[in-house]
Design a protein around this ligand. Structure first.
Ligand code: SF4
Length: 202
């Protein structure tokens, strides 16, 4: 692959499914855009970072999508939804709702990277309590947590903002929260700091 062209970093993963998996076709497609000594960065958020030539960005992303890879921007955006492994089944654990959350919100521009996590039952394998926005399916409805922080000495568990939401209520509430953060959060102000005031009032 060309080595002196301008590169852009993108994040890829296999989308929302039963576990964070990649198949061999996807790996082969990714490796087409890597030199022998290149490295892939595996993030804690179920994404791989890869650098691709900027001038071919759209074409390469289309090729990645054609083999089932999901592609996201890197930087101050809502990250792709981190999920549990849906061990109890797609419908029972709300995978369609997780996919819709990811479709609606992943990649939206925000003042600082915002992490969202989803878990299909109260066992909480997707660790929603430690994310800026966390969703936990409970029976037939969804509980929404905000303000979790996994990193640092000041790590915090998120608090329950709303419970027993329908999918539509969940989408609308998350939309409101992210829109408010986008508009009211100062440049480089984290969701947790920005949200301390207004989130609790909602
Ligand atoms: S959170 Fe529940 S459904 Fe999801 S992987 Fe864990 S036990 Fe399974």
């Amino acid at each position: 692959m060309e080595s002196d062209v301008k590169k852009i970093k993108i994040a890829v993963n296999g989308g929302i499914g039963f576990g964070a998996k990649l198949n061999s076709k996807q790996l082969i497609t990714i490796s087409k855009y890597m030199n022998e000594d290149d490295e892939l960065e595996l993030t804690t958020f179920q994404q791989l970072y890869i650098e691709i030539p900027e001038v071919r960005k759209d074409e390469i992303i289309d090729e990645f999508k054609s083999v089932g890879l999901s592609c996201y921007p890197v930087g101050n955006f809502v990250k792709s939804l981190r999920t549990c492994n849906f061990c109890k089944g797609e419908e029972r654990e709300g995978m369609p709702v997780a996919k819709e959350l990811n479709r609606r919100f992943a990649g939206k521009a925000v003042p600082v990277t915002l992490k969202m996590a989803y878990t299909g039952c109260p066992i909480g394998c997707g660790e929603p309590m430690l994310s800026d926005i966390g969703i936990m399916k409970f029976k037939e409805h969804y509980n929404l947590y905000v303000g979790g922080k996994a990193k640092g000495k000041d790590a915090e568990v998120g608090f329950l903002l709303k419970e027993n939401l329908t999918p539509k209520e969940l989408y609308d509430t998350v939309d409101e929260i992210i829109a408010a953060y986008s508009q009211m959060g100062k440049k480089r102000e984290t969701f947790l700091n920005s949200g301390r005031g207004w989130v609790r009032i909602n």
